[in-house]
Design a protein around this ligand. Structure first.
Ligand code: AMP
Ligand code: MN
Ligand code: MN
Length: 396
C-alpha cells in the first residue's frame, strides 16, 4: 500500500481527453465494489489481479539496469506528461540510494514520431533533456514502460522495440486497451494515465516534486478537459490539490495548453467551421456534426498538424449533435479522425470497428481515401452502435 494517491473514484464514464459529457451515466459501467476502501489506486473489480501486476512491475523496475519509456505517437498532455513525470521520478530515485545499492538505472524516454518533435503546446513541460529520438531507443529493451497507448501500434516507430521487450509494462486507461504488455496496469476507470503514473511513482517511493507534479497535472487537466468531463470526481480534485501543493501554477499550465495559437489558426478555423455539416438524422437520430481539415488548409497558413488537434473542441459544441467528428489530414495524406460523443453514441465502439481505439466518449481512427467515403463508413458504424451504447459493456 503506497501512501498518498487518494483511492480511485467510485464511478467513472471511462471517457478521455476531449470527451465532453456532463452525464454519461448511461454509458458508464459502474464497477462492482467501486469506491471500496481496498487497494490503493483501484476501483476495479480486478483489483487483486492489478495488485499482482503492480508487484511484478516494481520488481522489474527495481532490478533493471536500463529502463526504457515510451508514450503514444503525436503525444498529448497525458501521454508525454505521464512519461516525463515517471522519467523525473526514476532519475530522482537513481540519484537517491537504490534499494539494491546498485548503480542507477539508465533512463531512455521517447515516442515513435519522425520527425521527432515535442508538440509546441507541451514544450513548457520540464524534462526535454530526458528525451531522446526513437532511433536511439534500444531494439530489445530489458524493461520497457508504455504510457497512454491502447495498442502496440500506437507506439509508431517504437512498436518493434515494445514487441521485442523482455518485460513490457503497460500503463493505460483506455477501455480499448489490448493488454499487449507482459504486465498490464490498465484501469479504464482512471481519469488519465497520469493517475496510474502517480500510483507508480508512489509505489517507487519517490517524493512528489514540482517537475513530477507538472507532468502529472498536465495529464490530469488534459484528459479531464480542465476538470469538466464526467471523470472529474472529488478524488480527482484531491489528486490535483496534492499536485498543486508542490507550487506548480495552474494558470500557467492552462495558458500553455489552451490559450496560445498562431493567428493563422483563426483563419483556418473560419474555413473549417464554414464547411461543417450538421446531420440531425445520423448517429441513430441523435445528430452528427463533422468537418475536415486538409493538408492544404494547413499549408495555406503554414501550420503544423498538432495545431489542428483542438478543432474538435470547437466542433463538438454544436448542441444539435450528439456526435462530433473531425477528419484531419496528416502530412502523409492519411485522415486522422477524432470522434466525440455527448453520451448517446459509443464512438469508441465505432472507431474500434474501423481499426482505431479510444473510449465510449472520445475515440479516433486512421483512414485513407475520400473524406466522403470515410464518413460513410463511420456513419454506418454509428447508426448500428447508437442506442446500443447503454448496454452491459457500455462503459468498456
Ligand atoms: P484524439 O481525437 O486524437 O484526441 O483521440 C481521442 C481518443 O482516441 C484517445 O484516447 C486516442 O488514444 C484515441 N485515438 C485517436 N486516434 C486513434 C487511432 N488512430 N488509433 C487508435 N486510437 C486512437
Ligand atoms: Mn492520449
Ligand atoms: Mn489519456
Amino acid at each position: 500500500m503506497t501512501a498518498e494517491c487518494p483511492p480511485f473514484p467510485g464511478q467513472s464514464s471511462g471517457s478521455d481527453a476531449g470527451a465532453a459529457c456532463p452525464d454519461a451515466s448511461h454509458l458508464a459501467a459502474s464497477p462492482p465494489g467501486a469506491g471500496a476502501a481496498g487497494v490503493q489506486g483501484s476501483a476495479d473489480p480486478s483489483a487483486p489481479d492489478l495488485e499482482a501486476e503492480w508487484s511484478r512491475a516494481i520488481k522489474a523496475l527495481n532490478g533493471a539496469a536500463e529502463i526504457c519509456l515510451a508514450c503514444h505517437v503525436r503525444p498529448d498532455g497525458d501521454a508525454l506528461g505521464s512519461m516525463l513525470a515517471v522519467a523525473h521520478a526514476l532519475r530522482a530515485r537513481g540519484l537517491a540510494e537504490r534499494p539494491s545499492g546498485s548503480a542507477p538505472a539508465r533512463i531512455v524516454a521517447s515516442f515513435g514520431d519522425r520527425p521527432f518533435e515535442i508538440p509546441r503546446i507541451l514544450r513548457f513541460l520540464p524534462g526535454a533533456d530526458l528525451l531522446s529520438p526513437p532511433d536511439l531507443f534500444p531494439e530489445r529493451p530489458h524493461v520497457m514502460v508504455t504510457f497512454d497507448a491502447a495498442s502496440v501500434d500506437r507506439l509508431g516507430l517504437l512498436e518493434a522495440s515494445a514487441s521485442a521487450a523482455e518485460e513490457l509494462i503497460v500503463l493505460d486507461h483506455h477501455a480499448s486497451n489490448t493488454s499487449f504488455g507482459t504486465v498490464n496496469l490498465v484501469n479504464p476507470a482512471a481519469a488519465a494515465t497520469a493517475v496510474l503514473a502517480c500510483d507508480l511513482i508512489d509505489r517507487l517511493g519517490v517524493e512528489m516534486s514540482r517537475d513530477i507534479a507538472l507532468g502529472l497535472y498536465a495529464g490530469l487537466v488534459t484528459d479531464t478537459g480542465s476538470f469538466r468531463y464526467s471523470t472529474t470526481s472529488p478524488w480527482v480534485h484531491r489528486l490535483a490539490a496534492r499536485l498543486l501543493e508542490t507550487g506548480i501554477e495552474p494558470g500557467v499550465v492552462a495558458h500553455e495548453l489552451w490559450d496560445r495559437t498562431p493567428f493563422g489558426f483563426l483563419e483556418l478555423l473560419s474555413a473549417v467551421l464554414g464547411r461543417a455539416q450538421l446531420e440531425p438524422d445520423s448517429a441513430g437520430g441523435h445528430g452528427l456534426v463533422w468537418t475536415t481539415v486538409t493538408r492544404d488548409d494547413r499549408a495555406t497558413h503554414g501550420l503544423p498538424f498538432e495545431v489542428v488537434e483542438s478543432v474538435i473542441d470547437v466542433v463538438r459544441r454544436a448542441d444539435e449533435a450528439d456526435v462530433a467528428v473531425v477528419l484531419k489530414e496528416d502530412d502523409g495524406g492519411n485522415w486522422q479522425v477524432s470522434a466525440r460523443s455527448k453520451g448517446r453514441a459509443d464512438v469508441g465502439r465505432a472507431c474500434v470497428a474501423l481499426g482505431g481505439g479510444g473510449h465510449a466518449l472520445a475515440a479516433g481512427f486512421t483512414a485513407r481515401g475520400p473524406a466522403a467515403e470515410v464518413m460513410t463508413a463511420l456513419r454506418r458504424q454509428l447508426q448500428g452502435g447508437a442506442d446500443g451504447a447503454g448496454g452491459a459493456d457500455g462503459g468498456r
